[in-house]
Design a protein around this ligand. Structure first.
Ligand code: AMP
Length: 279
C-alpha cells in the first residue's frame, strides 16, 4: 500500500492512473477502522482497479469539542488492517493539507434534510461533512465513492452534494456491518466498556422490534415500546423516528410507502446512531 500525506502528490498519482485507464474506488473514513470500513474497502476492491482509503478526523463536522477530542485514533492498527485487506492507497493528510490558509468555507444549500434528525442535534454537522467530502473528492477524483448505510442521512447529504457541485463520482451505499448482538460497528464503540457494548445491543433490538411489529396506521405506540427497549438499558434516546426514504418523519403509515427507522442514542456520553429499512 502506498501512503500519501500530501494532497498534490496523491492527486497527480491518481490522475496518472486514471489516464492509463484504471478505475478508482474511494472510501473516506475518520479511522479507528473496523469491519464496517473494511467491507467498503472490499466492495471497492471487487469492482475497481485501484482502491483508495482516506483517514482524516475532520474537525469541521464536530459540533461537540469533547466528541472530537475523544475520537479514537489507531493509525498503526488502521494501516495494518488496510494492508491485510489489500487496500492500494492510503491518504493520510494533515489539517493544513485539507484546509490550507486560503481555504474559504462556503454554504451548501442542502434543504430540509440538513436540519432534521442528526442535523437537529448537531448544528453545522452536515456543512462540515460537505466541506471535507468536496475537498477530498477534488483531491481524489474517484469513479466510485463507497459509503455505509449506517450513516444514512450522511449518504443522502453526499448524494445531494454530488448533484449540487456536479461531481461525476458514482455513489455506492453498502449495508451496515454489525457485532454479534446486532450493535452497528462504529469507531465510537471503542469508547464503550464491554458491558456497555452488550447493553447497546438493545438499539438493534428496538429497530428490529419496529420492523417486526409495524402495521398500517398510527406509529406512536410502536415508537414508544421501541424507545422503552432502549431506555430500560440505561441508554438515553436522542431521537427515534420513522420516516420516508427522504427522511421526512411520518406519524401514520399507509402500509405501502417505503419507510425507514432511524435512531440516535447516548451511552455514558458516547453518541451512537443506527437505522433500518422497514419494508
Ligand atoms: P467513519 O469513519 O465513521 O466516518 O465512516 C467511514 C465510512 O464507513 C462511512 O461511509 C460510514 O457510513 C461507513 N461505516 C461506518 N460504520 C459502518 C458499518 N458498521 N457498516 C458499514 N459501513 C460503515
Amino acid at each position: 500500500m502506498i501512503i500519501f500525506k500530501e494532497a498534490k502528490n496523491i492527486h497527480e498519482y491518481i490522475q496518472s492512473k486514471k489516464e492509463s485507464g484504471l478505475s478508482i474506488g474511494f472510501v473516506p473514513t475518520m479511522g479507528a477502522l473496523h469491519k464496517g470500513h473494511l467491507s467498503l474497502i472490499n466492495k471497492s476492491k471487487s469492482a475497481e482497479t485501484l482502491t483508495v482509503c482516506s483517514i482524516f478526523v475532520n474537525p469541521t463536522q464536530f459540533n461537540n469539542p469533547e466528541d472530537f477530542q475523544k475520537y479514537p485514533i489507531t493509525i498503526e492498527e488502521d494501516i495494518r488492517l488496510l494492508e491485510m485487506n489489500g487496500c492500494d492507497i492510503l491518504f493520510l493528510p494533515s489539517y493544513a493539507e485539507i484546509y490550507p490558509h486560503h481555504f474559504l468555507a462556503k454554504n451548501y444549500e442542502l434543504g430540509k434534510i440538513e436540519t432534521s434528525l442528526e442535523g437537529a442535534s448537531r448544528p453545522g454537522h452536515f456543512q462540515g461533512v460537505c466541506m471535507v467530502v468536496e475537498i477530498l473528492l477534488s483531491i481524489i477524483d474517484c469513479d466510485t465513492l463507497y459509503l455505509g448505510q449506517k450513516d444514512l442521512q450522511q449518504c443522502l447529504i453526499i448524494k445531494k452534494l454530488i448533484e449540487l457541485e456536479n461531481i461525476h463520482a458514482k455513489l455506492v451505499i453498502s449495508e451496515t456491518i454489525r457485532e454479534e448482538n446486532g450493535l452497528a460497528m462504529s469507531s465510537r464503540n471503542k469508547r464503550l466498556t464491554l458491558e456497555e457494548q452488550k447493553k447497546a445491543g438493545a438499539i438493534y433490538q428496538a429497530l428490529n422490534y419496529i420492523k417486526q411489529n409495524i402495521q398500517p396506521g398510527t406509529l406512536d405506540e410502536l415508537k414508544f415500546h421501541a424507545t422503552n427497549l432502549v431506555t430500560e438499558n440505561g441508554i438515553e434516546k436522542d431521537y427515534l423516528e420513522i420516516t420516508n426514504l427522504d427522511l421526512i418523519p411520518i406519524q401514520n403509515w399507509d402500509g405501502i410507502k417505503k419507510i425507514v427507522v432511524l435512531t440516535a442514542v447516548t451511552i455514558n456520553g458516547v453518541r451512537l446512531i443506527d437505522n433500518m429499512i422497514l419494508n
